[in-house]
Design a binder for this molecule. Sequence first.
Ligand SMILES: [Zn+2]
Length: 107
Amino acid sequence: MKRDTECILCRISNGEEPSQRILESKNYLAVYNDFTRYDYDVIILPKEHINQIKNISNISNYFMFILGVLVVLLDIINYDSVKIEFKNRKEYDNIITHTYCHIIPNH
Ligand SMILES: [Zn+2]
């Protein structure tokens, strides 16, 4: 599995950085975003260091995992709606080069 030792998301998925894990599978991980102003802000990442969503193999498995996270969040906070973003390498002010899905529930 490809990793980048400088990448914060690789370090989180490898347990080298603390995180509050919500759901985990062999290839994907969902954690609370500790660097946010929103409650229950969630990041869902492939465990492998992949810089763009188009490079994720078997993308439907990733989307199914994301749906599973949305179900778990419903049990936790009973949200009314969610904002979902897919982030790729160095967009806007994003310095993270590891692609991820960002979920912000409204509740
Ligand atoms: Zn990474």
